[in-house]
Design a protein around this ligand. Structure first.
Ligand code: ADP
Ligand code: DP6
Length: 332
């Protein structure tokens, strides 16, 4: 017997960052975080539960993955299999419409899409909140990609897995957009997982980071509520920089920046100084994301094109939460 699930999930970019776990096994974060889901980048994933399979098989972009990558998937699928009380193995096919492991949040859309597809294939019918606690255990940032718009991942309490989940704060259906400046979409050398662990273990700034991120999240939620774009942007930019400052304090120091990252940041400041509100944030990779008003996107893109190539500038509107895909919508 076979059972199928297919799901699309969009990536999200954190405006208040998650950078560190208080519980590695359960992926429980040190602080709450808040993100914007993007429609330009997503992952489509199909799960076929098949009783004739003797082990899980995992294809990413049509390439059969090796033992290490497949083991990560197996561990994740076991969360669902244990809940459903089944042992059936699965064939997973996943397609990233986002560069993989480049700091553009492929792991966020990946594990959200896999969670959505597995929920359907197992007929578990978990609600979105519970599904976000499952997605979290594939990759922390995936917790937030279950939902669209502005999304908060509540850090939750103690070691209680079910209390650490995402919630939509606002659908962001106002004047909001984001432009990615792709500096380098190659695979990063240091994964987020290892980078954050190293930061907690060695950066003397880490406790201040947690303190400041906790304050930032309170203030950014107020800014979202009152649709105060300038305050939203200022907190976003400051929080991202503070995360990178905290990693620079690690031993050995961690930096994901490249010369063109600095060039992009300076360009955005230059554009801002001419009166167009726009703010940068960066993740575990050299690419720069620009939070701006949707109504200013074309003008900001044109200004960025003075210094960057067309193919480096990727505009995005606000994305929605996970959606199931029908057989007809599965175009692979
Ligand atoms: P990113 O910045 O892209 O999120 P990470 O290092 O956090 O980078 O995560 C990348 C990892 O996520 C990959 O090495 C792979 O293990 C996993 N991943 C990415 N895309 C998929 C996918 N579609 N399905 C399953 N796992 C994926
Ligand atoms: C800088 O979610 O990729 O993008 O939980 O170990 O899989 P794991 O890490 P991941 O880290 C994301 C880090 C970040 C900030 C963020 O998205 O909040």
């Amino acid at each position: 017997m076979k059972s199928v699930g297919r799901c699309r999930a969009h990536t999200n970019i954190a405006l208040i960052k998650y950078w560190g776990k208080r519980n590695d096994e359960l992926f429980l974060p040190m602080n709450s975080s808040l993100s914007l889901t993007l429609d330009a980048f997503y992952t489509d994933t199909q799960v076929i539960l098949d009783e004739s399979l003797v082990s899980d098989v995992f294809y990413l972009d049509d390439v059969k993955q090796g033992e290490k990558e497949t083991e990560k998937i197996t561990n994740f699928l076991n969360l669902f299999r244990n809940r459903a009380n089944i042992e059936t193995k699965a064939c997973i096919k996943s397609y990233n419409h986002v560069p993989t492991a480049a700091g553009l949040a492929s792991s966020a859309s990946a594990f959200s899409a896999l969670a959505g597809a597995m929920n359907q294939a197992t007929n578990l019918n978990l609600d979105l909140e519970t599904l976000s606690t499952f997605a979290r255990q594939g990759s922390g940032s995936a917790t937030r990609s279950i939902y669209g718009g502005f999304v908060e991942w509540d850090m939750g309490e103690a070691d209680l897995s079910e209390t650490s989940h995402a919630v939509q704060v606002d659908d962001a259906s106002w004047d909001i957009g984001m432009i990615v400046i792709a500096v380098n979409t190659g695979k990063k050398k240091l994964s987020s997982r290892v980078g954050m662990k190293q930061t907690i273990a060695t950066s003397p700034f880490y406790s201040s980071w947690v303190e400041t991120a906790t304050k930032d999240i309170k203030n950014i939620k107020k800014a979202i509520k009152s649709k105060d774009f300038v305050t939203l942007g200022e907190i976003t930019e400051s929080n991202g920089m503070k995360m990178h400052a905290t990693m620079l304090g690690a031993m050995p120091p961690i930096s994901y920046w490249e010369p063109d990252s600095v060039k992009a940041i300076q360009k955005v400041k230059e554009i801002r100084d001419t009166g167009l509100p726009c703010y940068v944030t960066m993740d575990a990779g050299p690419n720069v994301k620009v939070l701006c008003k949707k109504s200013d996107m074309t003008e900001i893109e044109n200004r960025l094109l003075e210094d960057f190539d067309r193919k480096q500038i990727i505009p995005s509107h606000v994305g929605e939460g996970i959606t199931l895909l029908s057989e007809d919508e599965w175009n692979y």
